[in-house]
Design a protein around this ligand. Structure first.
Ligand SMILES: [Zn+2]
Length: 299
């Protein structure tokens, strides 16, 4: 695919619609994957064309304000990729603030107070259906989420048992895998479960150990999104940035670009929206989604 044009730059763009007029195509006929700007951590919102939502990780602290700004009033699926605080720290507040239908983790416990707080919160919530991560396909409206196989418990470290998800909507797809490192990425390559995808969330915040050349050759991403903030690890590492820049047309970073939204269409086209989306109001009528930031269209 090639970058075709800059649609909007640095101003409030409003997808105009009058009261009672049908919403523009990108609202109802696309998947939206939003990489929330949560600093050094992950929180990825998936919204199906039908409006179902899934949140994959929730950063160090609560992403509820960002979710509310995106009009999320229910989560059909909440996923904790692995029990490190930069992924699960905000989950308890999400659960206490927004109705959640299904919760999935990798079945692995941790000794930290962050994990223990989350575990006790979940224990009290019998209304939330628990799913263990195992190879399965989950339907989110017309979006299919494939859960990849995990390495055996206790066979490796926390990062290398991050839940891997392939998200598909027609010819558009995305690969999300928390803080996977070489061991887990290589196991998926060996099993042949890494498809050619449109969007890759850089594993492990753009670490040097979050990619291999074989993995990138299989994934062939067009967009790489790095969820990263101020940190002492040096993320994203120069060798990862170099590999992603070579592999993909577009490399985006939440620390530089802020919130990143990829709008994907069934035919594989996609748009990149940088910045926070807003619902604009004119004389009391919602006129649709706007964006403060940049919008690019790829065809
Ligand atoms: Zn992490």
């Amino acid at each position: 695919m090639r970058f075709s044009r800059v649609f909007c730059s640095g101003i409030l763009l409003v997808a105009f619609m009058g009261c009672g007029v049908t919403a523009p195509a990108q609202v109802g006929e696309s998947i939206r994957i939003t990489f929330l700007d949560v600093g050094q951590g992950d929180a990825v919102l998936i919204r199906s064309p039908e409006g179902q939502t899934a949140l994959v990780d929730a950063g160090w602290s609560s992403p509820v304000t960002s979710l509310r700004a995106l009009d999320v009033d229910e989560l059909d699926l909440l996923v904790a990729t692995h029990p490190h605080a930069d992924h699960i720290g905000g989950i308890a507040d999400v659960i206490n603030s927004i109705p959640v239908r299904f919760y999935m983790d990798n079945g692995q416990t941790h000794t930290t107070s962050t994990y223990q707080d989350l575990a006790s919160t979940l224990q009290q919530r019998t209304d939330i259906t628990y799913l263990i991560a195992e190879p399965r396909s989950i339907s989110l409206g017309s979006v299919e989420i494939e859960v990849l196989p995990l390495l055996p418990i206790a066979s490796t470290d926390f990062n290398n048992r991050s839940i891997g998800l392939v998200v598909r909507y027609g010819d558009f797809s995305a690969f999300l895998s928390g803080d996977s490192e070489v061991e887990e990425l290589s196991s998926w390559v060996r099993r042949g479960v890494v498809p050619d995808v449109t969007v890759l969330k850089a594993p492990h915040h753009g670490s040097y150990n979050g990619f291999t050349s074989e993995f990138l050759a299989d994934a062939e991403p067009e967009v790489v999104a790095i969820s990263v903030g101020s940190n002492t690890y040096g993320h994203p590492h120069a060798e990862a940035l170099e590999a992603y820049t070579y592999a993909a047309e577009t490399v985006l970073r939440t620390d530089l670009d802020g919130q990143i939204t990829i709008v994907g269409y069934e035919d594989g086209r996609y748009e990149v929206v940088l910045g926070e989306e807003v619902t604009a109001m004119v004389q009391g009528c919602s006129v649709g989604l706007g964006v403060v930031g940049m919008r690019y269209i790829y065809e």
